[in-house]
Design a protein around this ligand. Structure first.
Ligand SMILES: [Zn+2]
Ligand SMILES: [Zn+2]
Length: 432
């Protein structure tokens, strides 16, 4: 559930409500139940009567009530983006290991390849991620002279800052790899940039040629080698990423999983044109853009991945089981490397609905405004399944009646509940 909708939310919904059908007629690629479903869910998001709700009630005094609308969790929904980012940060933080040095590496592709990736995203996106892994293993092995396997958390990103299609890979990579033959961890102080660029070009173009076997692709690949003699653009973050796991994951989340255009950046919509702004990496300035409404919808929807696509993946020793096996050897090997900060990983738990609500409004939604005790789940309603849970029904059926009072010094042995509808006081014990 989401606490509160940001101000431009209604504008965003209005754009899709008014133009989605027209847009799909012009772009039949998106005329599928999958995309229709995402848009439909997004339009209902946050409306309790349409998407469902969880109602909390005060079981002490029976007066307090709070209703939170369920969220759609659609990849398209900017309102749900924050929850998505929070969960992502939490998930990635848990996959980073104490005492291990990671690097942030970005692998990109030149503009002339992007249309191919856009048109064949279903066939190309997974091989794209895998060939990035092969490339880094290749570089690590070449530099060390040993057959190394690194550990990688890979996130695929399809948009640049202004929302245009620009697929690239973010790697959180170990600073070295596992030498299976020698049963040892090899740490690499640096990555030779020039080699990485050329290797990346070779791995990406080879994958492309082998996946899309057409003459047009062969010509495109050849053109890429002629035009980019130094290889493709790769960025390696300068220096190590020490044990600031939390900030690493948070920092990455900003670039990696945040939506193409955040709600705060939509400035105007007049029914036909949308004005928005973004901060450009190139100019380091805020850039403004006004596009027609179909272009805007296109920029938002093109970043929705094919159904079931996993955009965060773990490879090599980063896959949990392998890591557990060799973790201590890695940590031992790295303990001798100068400058490592040894520290516990800070695991960030995803925020609960209650915390998010409190953060955005300053109010605790689950505290009864009358008697100030915590409220419990009172009723859950879903548009398809109807009432999923009803506390009053549960009480009527004897949820609490058969339970003997528990010896719990922190709680009073019995509590009084006045049901708001019936007004019958009930003695409750063992209520959580
Ligand atoms: Zn109360
Ligand atoms: Zn939503």
């Amino acid at each position: 559930m989401i606490a509160e909708a940001p101000p431009a939310w209604n504008l965003f919904k209005q754009i899709f409500a008014e133009h989605w059908n027209g847009f799909t007629r012009v772009h039949p690629r998106y005329q599928t139940p999958y995309y229709d479903g995402l848009v439909d869910k997004m339009l209902r998001c946050g409306d309790p009567e349409k998407i469902g709700y969880i109602e909390y009630g005060c079981l002490q005094c029976g007066e307090g009530k709070h209703r939170g609308a369920m969220s759609c969790k659609s990849a398209l929904c900017l309102r749900c983006a924050k929850v998505y980012v929070d969960n992502w940060v939490s998930q990635v933080s848990q996959m980073l290991h104490a005492g291990v040095i990671y690097r942030h590496i970005v692998l990109t592709m030149p503009a002339m390849l992007r249309p191919t990736f856009y048109q064949q995203s279903k066939a190309l996106l997974s091989p794209f991620m895998r060939c990035g892994v092969r490339c880094l293993d290749d570089v690590f092995s070449r530099v060390s002279g040993k057959d190394l396997k690194g550990g990688y958390i890979v996130v695929i990103q399809t948009h640049g800052r202004n929302g245009q299609y620009n697929p690239h890979l973010h790697f959180i990579a170990t600073s070295g790899g596992w030498d299976h033959k020698g049963q040892q961890w090899i740490h690499l102080d640096y990555i030779p940039y020039a080699m990485l660029r050329k290797k990346w070009q070779w791995h990406l173009l080879t994958m492309l040629r082998q996946t899309v076997k057409t003459n047009a692709i062969n010509r495109l690949v050849d053109a890429c080698y002629t035009r980019y003699r130094e290889g493709f653009v790769t960025n390696v973050q300068k220096g190590d990423v020490p044990s600031r796991y939390q900030s690493l994951a948070t920092y990455l989340a900003k670039y990696v999983v945040s939506p193409p255009i955040s709600l705060r950046r939509i400035d105007r919509y007049d029914g036909q044109r949308v004005a928005y702004h973004y901060r450009s990496h190139k100019s380091e300035r805020v850039e403004r853009e006004t596009v027609d409404v179909y272009t805007f919808i296109g920029r938002m929807i093109q970043h929705v991945f094919p159904k079931g696509f996993q955009r965060v993946r773990y490879y090599g020793v980063q896959a949990t089981k392998t890591f557990e096996k060799i973790k201590y050897m890695i940590q031992e090997a790295l303990a001798t490397v100068k400058g490592i900060v040894k520290g516990a990983i800070k695991i960030i738990a995803p925020m609960t609905y209650r915390q998010r609500y409190r953060q955005s409004t300053g109010r605790d939604p689950l505290r009864c405004p009358h008697c100030h005790s915590d409220m419990g789940v009172w009723r859950i309603w879903h548009p398809t399944y109807g009432v999923i849970y009803d506390e009053l029904e549960a009480i009527r059926r004897g949820k609490y009646a058969s339970q003997a009072p528990r010896a719990d010094p922190a709680r009073s042995p019995g509590r009084t509940l006045r049901a708001t509808s019936g007004g019958i006081p009930l003695l409750l014990s063992g209520l959580r």
